[in-house]
Design a protein around this ligand. Structure first.
Ligand SMILES: Nc1ncnc2c1ncn2[C@@H]1O[C@@H]2COP(=O)(O)O[C@H]2[C@H]1O
Length: 153
């Protein structure tokens, strides 16, 4: 795929929509195209992580381990980024990501991702995405608590 096409694909991701064209070109240059079949793991909860994935096509489940087994906490599909948390927090993978269909993605290494974070537009988008995710997770937690209380009473 041409570098120009990869830049256009990255531009479709809200995180990178407002990134300076030269910086986005560098990011495209540093990323590599990867393909997965359905039911393959991109990575596993608890793994050390050194890259994020921009999903271009296909979908995947976000799964967490629990005492009752694996629980689906979300899903991702085309034009989004996944695996960015452990790059931003310098931690381990917070969840397992497993494809539910064949997936085409761009793999972005930590160094290249850190370089685009210098762009204020990206920082704003990352903060907004985190706030939205926190809001969704808090609402789900509230719903679960209400459900548990109703079961007890
Ligand atoms: N609650 C959630 N909702 C949506 N995506 C999530 C959630 N928790 C984790 N993820 C994604 O799953 C990924 C697991 O690896 P990371 O922690 O690197 O980055 C994480 C996010 O991209």
């Amino acid at each position: 795929m041409l570098l120009k096409e990869e830049v256009q694909l990255l531009r479709r991701i809200p995180y990178f929509a407002k990134v300076d064209p030269c910086r986005l070109k560098l990011l495209a240059f540093a990323s590599s195209r990867v393909s997965y079949d359905a039911d393959q793991e991109l990575f596993h909860q608890g793994d050390a992580g050194d890259c994020a994935y921009v999903l271009l096509d296909g979908s995947a489940d976000i799964l967490m381990e629990s005492p009752e087994g694996e629980v689906k906490i979300g899903e991702v599909k085309g034009d989004c980024i996944v695996g960015e948390v452990c790059l931003l927090c310098d931690g381990v993978r917070t969840a397992t990501v497993r494809t539910t269909t064949p997936v085409e993605a761009l793999k972005i290494c930590k160094d290249a991702f850190s370089k685009v974070l210098i762009d204020p537009g990206v920082t704003r988008e990352v903060t907004r995405a985190f706030a939205e995710q926190l809001h969704r997770t808090t609402s789900e937690l509230d719903r679960t608590r209400v459900g548990q209380r109703q079961l007890v009473n």
